[in-house]
Design a protein around this ligand. Structure first.
Ligand SMILES: [Zn+2]
Length: 233
């Protein structure tokens, strides 16, 4: 149930019983040799649609740009984004106007874990719950990683489960880098090209749709728990 597919009178009716809204937060960001730039966007949208169907909560139009690694914005063709300030102000603005009409709470669903991206959503408004979708237990499932990295064993598995037609495993490659070397990049303090960098960080070739199914189910359960906690409060 999409908010912008309704007439304003229908949204008024919705607000007689409910006061929350799901907001998918996407990115336009490279995902290695084997996944499309819309990866974060379409997984977040899928999750929102699923929860919308189960709980009758409206889904807002997707925020299609996020805060990326400076390195990716610089050298990875097609990757683009917005700054911390712009993402924060965008969310602050759109939720402020929705609050005029009776919306009280927002679930911002993000498959992108950049620290400034998440901070922007968090700082936008105290009535926004940020759901970092991949922050679920995965150690027991993954062979080569402890958690989600980027376009990696975990994220590729979820894509193989949800959108296999968009994954090209023939060109997938693994790439690892010590966390201490990569940290300045994650902290947006370094954007110098890294030797051998092809976009993903992690073991994409170890991805399977079976792992993806279990990871995705945990992601949905986590989002569902946050939504239920609000609805029942
Ligand atoms: Zn991603």
């Amino acid at each position: 149930m999409k908010l912008n597919m309704l007439k304003y009178t229908e949204i008024k009716k919705y607000l007689e019983n409910k006061d929350c809204l799901l907001i998918p937060i996407g990115t336009c960001e490279q995902h290695g040799l084997h996944l499309p730039l819309c990866t974060d966007t379409i997984v977040a949208e899928k999750m929102c649609d699923e929860i919308s169907e189960r709980y009758g909560i409206l889904v807002a139009p997707t925020v299609n740009y996020g805060v990326n690694l400076p390195l990716d914005n610089k050298i990875m063709t097609g990757t683009t984004g917005i700054t911390y300030e712009i993402l924060k102000d965008t969310l602050k603005s759109i939720t402020m106007y929705w609050k005029n009409h009776g919306f009280k709470h927002f679930f911002a669903v993000s498959c992108h874990g950049d620290i400034f991206h998440i901070k922007a959503i968090n700082d936008a408004d105290s009535d926004i719950d940020v759901i970092e979708t991949y922050e679920v237990e995965q150690k027991d499932l993954l062979e080569k990683q402890e958690c989600t990295r980027h376009a990696c064993e975990s994220e590729t598995s979820v894509m193989l489960y949800l959108y296999p037609e968009l994954v090209d495993m023939n060109v997938a490659k693994d790439f690892d880098i010590p966390i201490t070397t990569f940290m300045p990049y994650l902290e947006h303090k370094n954007d110098k090209p890294i030797e051998g960098y092809i976009g993903n960080v992690g073991y994409s070739t170890f991805a399977t749709k079976e792992k993806g199914k279990v990871i995705y189910e945990r992601m949905i359960k986590n989002l569902e728990d946050v939504v239920k906690m609000y609805i029942n409060s």
